[in-house]
Design a protein around this ligand. Sequence first.
Ligand code: SAM
Length: 208
Amino acid sequence: MPEVPTASYDEVPYSDYVFPYTHPASVAAVAALFGMRPADPARCRVLELGCWSGANLIPMACDLPGSEFVGIDLSPRQIDHGRRAVAALGLTNIDLRPGSILDVDDRFGRFDYIVCHGVYSWVPAEVREGILAVCKANLAADGVAYVSYNTYRSAAQGSARARPALSWRFWREPSAPATRSTAVCCGGRQICSTRRPTQTFITTTWRR
Ligand SMILES: C[S@@+](CC[C@H](N)C(=O)[O-])C[C@H]1O[C@@H](n2cnc3c(N)ncnc32)[C@H](O)[C@@H]1O
């Protein structure tokens, strides 16, 4: 996988997207359906890795004033953009920080939800490993991590029986070429899968 130049995200504007399925209420609902006891979304801590301008986190912060949101992204330009939006909205429960996922350590504290959307497939192996390391080190008890990654089209065309195998493959070979399918896993166990017609992601959710 080619290296992604740090400066590219500062030089080339990227659209602001919102991913409703990363909202803590959505992640909590899926986790609860499978027997987990996730934190109350109304009183939780959320970390987004590769948060871009905070476009995904800022609406959550508006929606859940009793919760705390931290986002980190390598692009200072986009973080500045997001910080201006946070200031304009008068939000005090969100902190957007410029920096690398590899900089996340104990000082960030523990989070009930960790979101990493649209990053895993685009970063070098060192950062992919860093994403998983943060999920391991910074999740609170009963915390849930949501990590998406692009997948080969072939998997989307495969049978339902193929998808658990692909999920397993991801666990064993994180650097394996991407496939196109979607799976949600808890503690390494696949709990559901979905498909989309044109673009799909594998989404893996861990619990501590
Ligand atoms: C394809 S964009 C996805 C942005 C957003 N999460 C989304 O899904 O729309 C990838 C993002 O990852 C960020 N990124 C890449 N490497 C990173 C790193 N090592 N640490 C933090 N952010 C990183 C980029 O700056 C960029 O904002």
